[in-house]
Design a protein around this ligand. Structure first.
Ligand code: ZN
Length: 446
């Protein structure tokens, strides 16, 4: 056994603890009713036909609260607040050279490897253990078992969170065949399995939707591009909304809607030292009109994956740029991504309403830098003040790195919420690696 494996603790659920751990849908402020029966009826184990796993990258409790305050008001509720079971999970990575030691602040590669494979690893690793050994992923296991599979993101499809499901490399930067400097042993030219882009095509998920066309345009060893390899492997490759809309079930789909990351939803003032004037966010008028939004990709992915076969589907949907705009101390950017991610959560919940055998999990990979601070606080970092849905000022602080430098992830535990078969396993405090067990059990993968 390599590294620190998450240990599942027996969950002794007592009524008081359970009520404290559960979100309160539709109730603003104080709870005014006994919800015991409602919660009891949401408890069931057994088998799920489908799993929809929604990852808000960098979506810690602070990011959720900022988005809620801005978009719904402090007493409002997001779609993700309505799932019946909510818990917290720990996210730490491990040291590459001393895998028995934690690295308290994880990146998306190590955290994604945690739920994708059930193994702790080091920052930068894509579904390999600290000794570089590939581990089977949820998507690979689901596909082997006959489920249809999908991987959707607003980042490049070769970025860490989508990559952990469908590739195994020792460094997350090895995204395309021309990016292999840090993964000599994975290089095709040296007999390895190749870059993340190449491995994703070989893994062969039914649906890949996101950005990162630049990686798939690169030339592979022996000639041709990764896109040509994908077409050779039977993929319908589309690059705009029209192509996505026209895609039909039964053919594998690779949607590449941006050269790099997908465009951001909202814009507004960047946080700065000394603060900003109170402002509101605006829709990004420069959003590529040919690029779908995350909720549109989610809707299409579900419609392509669902069907009457013996098996259902496993689908991961990532809102990637909550993290990326948080790094940039861009509060409106971050909130817009979080709100669109919440729209994708609604798509999943709407599907689950008529497909009760669907396990829906909404979680994050790690916490991030943004914090709500008092209006009078004098932060040494960058701040911005936004006027929220409450018509009240909210001051947001970015101070996990020198002003102007990329703001950093944090090592906090994060929310995990769920509904459907096996959902109650998210209650209490678990570890990211436990999610692998919850999903493999739900889909009877072991
Ligand atoms: Zn990040």
């Amino acid at each position: 056994m390599v590294g620190i494996k998450g240990r599942r603790k027996a969950l002794t659920v007592v009524a008081a603890g359970l009520l404290a751990a559960v979100a309160v849908p539709g109730l603003a402020g104080a709870s005014d009713g006994d919800r015991t029966d409602e919660i009891r009826s949401a408890f069931y184990g057994g088998h799920a036909r489908n799993v929809i796993l929604l990852i808000g990258d960098g979506m810690g409790d602070s990011e959720i609260t900022i988005a809620r305050n801005y978009a719904k008001g402090a007493a409002g509720r997001l779609n993700m607040d309505s799932l019946p079971f909510t818990g917290a999970y720990t996210t730490y990575a491990v040291s590459k050279d001393a895998p028995n030691k934690p690295d308290y602040v994880t990146d998306s590669a190590a955290s994604g490897t945690g739920w994708a494979t059930g193994h702790k690893t080091y920052n930068g690793a894509i579904s390999v253990t600290p000794d570089g050994k590939p581990q089977p992923t949820l998507l690979e296991l689901a596909k082997q078992a006959g489920y249809r599979t999908g991987d959707v993101t607003t980042a490049e499809l070769t970025d860490a969170t989508p990559a952990v499901l469908a590739a195994h490399v020792v460094d997350r930067t090895c995204q395309g065949p021309a990016d292999m400097a840090k993964c000599p042993d994975n290089d095709k030219a040296k007999g390895g399995a190749g870059s993340i882009a190449e491995q994703e095509i070989v893994t062969g998920a039914d649906v890949y939707l996101g950005g990162g066309k630049q990686r798939f345009d690169q030339t592979v060893t022996g000639g041709g591009t990764v896109i040509q390899q994908a077409q050779g492997a039977g993929y319908n490759v589309v690059t705009d909304k029209g192509g996505l809309a026209a895609a039909k079930p039964g053919t594998k789909l690779l949607g590449l809607f941006a050269s790099g990351n997908m465009p951001q939803e909202w814009t507004g003032p960047l946080a700065k030292v000394g603060g900003t004037a109170p402002s509101k966010c605006t829709t990004n008028t420069a959003y590529d009109p040919n690029a779908p939004h995350l909720s549109e990709m989610a809707t299409k992915a579900i419609s392509l994956l669902e069907g009457r076969g013996r098996r259902g589907f496993f689908l991961q949907i990532e809102g990637a740029s909550i993290d990326k705009r948080d790094h940039a101390a861009d509060p409106c950017g971050q909130i817009g991504e979080n709100v669109e991610f919440d729209n994708a959560v609604k798509v999943a919940l709407d599907y689950a309403r008529s497909h009760r055998d669907t396990l829906v999990v909404v979680t994050a990979d790690h916490g991030h830098t943004s914090q709500i601070i008092p209006l009078e606080a004098q932060s040494p970092g960058q701040t911005a003040t936004l006027i929220t849905a409450d018509d009240a000022p909210m001051k947001i602080n970015y101070a996990t790195n020198t002003p102007g430098a990329s703001q950093e992830h944090t090592g906090t535990e994060v929310r995990i919420a769920a509904q459907g078969p096996q959902a109650s396993n998210v209650l209490g405090v678990t570890d990211q690696t436990d999610l692998f067990g919850t999903i493999t059990r739900a889909l009877s993968l072991r």
